[in-house]
Design a protein around this ligand. Structure first.
Ligand code: XIL
Length: 404
């Protein structure tokens, strides 16, 4: 094909995507034109009746869902070793029937952790419970989930949060959670660290950024950062855009994962969406519920795109979002589509499942001997799929204490 006909084709497809964004009448059509996942947190009892007013809106307007609660530890493993997937399965069935993608929220968190908190009393019980949870839940949902929140809310201000996972396992619980997740879901899903309060550039997001850089250096398989975006009206678009950009410079996906904006004006919603649209690495935009009436913030929060239990659309806001997507820079949208199509793999240069050998530790591996081994965090050694050497290398401190 000549260069001229290639560029003519490109111009044609660009104008086609502009046209479809401009003529879109739903959020999801406008989002598809700019290569964005537009998502919503929901619960199985809200979508089990697929013809309810609520479910009808969800499938008409959104192309991604996430369980608000049902895939957390307490919803999936309670008591320890007893797994329950009915809530997540029901939401997935609804999503799949309507061509929607799904986020997985979450593997490791201090809250809603059910029996984990009391069952963990040292490093071995901590790592064992963590591994079994991630292997089972991740294994069950692994072909169904696009983005996994492996770690939820682990930073407090500029330091690591003190929680029962960290106290018992040690700081490398973070690295282990990612390594175990990669092993559990393979390269079917992108692995995320998700947190609140680090949406713009501030001390907390700088800690998150430094953690992400350290993980990349240590070959910990992180693919993305979730910015929860529990916001109040009047935040600064440019601040959030600059934060998204700096993670993009590390090659990381950004998803805005739990959006609600207290007392929001239409301009707040468009500002947040525009901060995302300005950055090719911002791939998902997820509202934390449909209507103020069922928001965890409270029914008078004025924080979502619909109000009331019927629910009634805040048309001005929804239309403003569609207009913002129609106005997005087509070059950035094209780059987003290309970026989002790249498989998981975390660190640039590592492309699952074709892994180039990096460094062999002296221990034998469980499974294939040819999988490379690396050292992570405070010295634990696992292979790149998160498997633990049976015989630890001299430098291995400890994931190897795990019984197998
Ligand atoms: C909230 C849910 O919305 C509530 O229904 C539940 O009672 C508590 O958790 N950060 C998170 C989410 O990562 O999981 C939380 O969701 C909101 C804050």
């Amino acid at each position: 094909m000549t260069r001229r006909s290639t560029s003519a084709l490109l111009a044609l497809s660009l104008s086609a995507s502009i046209a479809s964004a401009q003529t879109a009448t739903t959020l999801k059509d406008a989002a598809a034109a700019v290569g964005l996942n537009i998502g919503i947190a929901t619960n199985s009892n809200q979508v089990n009746n697929a013809t309810s007013a609520y479910a009808t809106i969800v499938k008409q307007q959104f192309n991604m869902v996430v369980c608000e609660n049902e895939m957390k530890f307490e919803g999936t493993e309670n008591p320890i070793g007893t797994y329950k997937y009915t809530g997540g399965d029901a939401v997935y069935t609804f999503a799949a029937a309507n061509g929607m993608k799904m986020r997985g929220h979450n593997f490791i968190w201090r809250d809603q952790a059910g029996p984990a908190k009391n069952a963990i009393h040292d490093r071995t019980t901590g790592l064992t419970i963590m591994r079994n949870h991630i292997e089972n839940v991740g294994g069950h949902f692994k072909t169904k989930i696009l983005e996994w929140d492996v770690l939820n809310e682990i930073t407090s201000g500029s330091s690591l949060e003190v929680n029962f996972w960290r106290t018992n396992i040690g700081d490398d619980y973070l690295d282990s959670a990612f390594a175990m997740s990669r092993r559990a879901v393979g390269n079917n899903g992108y692995l995320y660290y998700n947190d609140f309060g680090g949406d713009g550039v501030n001390g907390k997001s700088t800690s998150m950024f430094n953690l992400a850089k350290k993980w990349q250096t240590n070959k910990v398989p992180v693919d993305g950062i979730g910015l929860q975006c529990h916001l109040g009206s009047g935040f600064k678009k440019d601040d959030i855009s600059a934060n998204i950009k700096r993670f993009g410079d590390l090659g990381l996906r950004i998803s805005l994962t739990e959006i609600d904006i207290t007392n929001a004006k239409a301009s707040d919603w468009t500002n947040l969406l525009t901060a995302c649209l300005e950055n090719y690495n911002c791939v998902s935009f997820v509202t934390w519920g449909l209507s103020d009436a069922n928001s965890w913030i409270g029914s008078n929060c004025g924080c979502l795109l619909y109000s009331g239990s019927t629910p009634a659309p805040k048309t001005e806001m929804i239309q403003a979002l569609i207009t913002a997507m129609a106005a997005a820079d087509p070059a950035i949208s094209a780059k987003r589509k290309e970026f989002a199509a790249k498989g998981p793999g975390g660190v640039t240069g590592i492309n699952f499942p074709t892994i180039q050998p990096m460094r062999r530790a002296s221990g034998n591996l469980q499974g294939t001997a040819s999988v490379p081994v690396f050292s992570i965090g405070s010295g634990a050694v696992v292979d790149i799929l998160g498997r633990v050497p049976v015989v630890p290398s001299a430098s291995a401190k400890s994931l190897d204490v795990l019984p197998k």
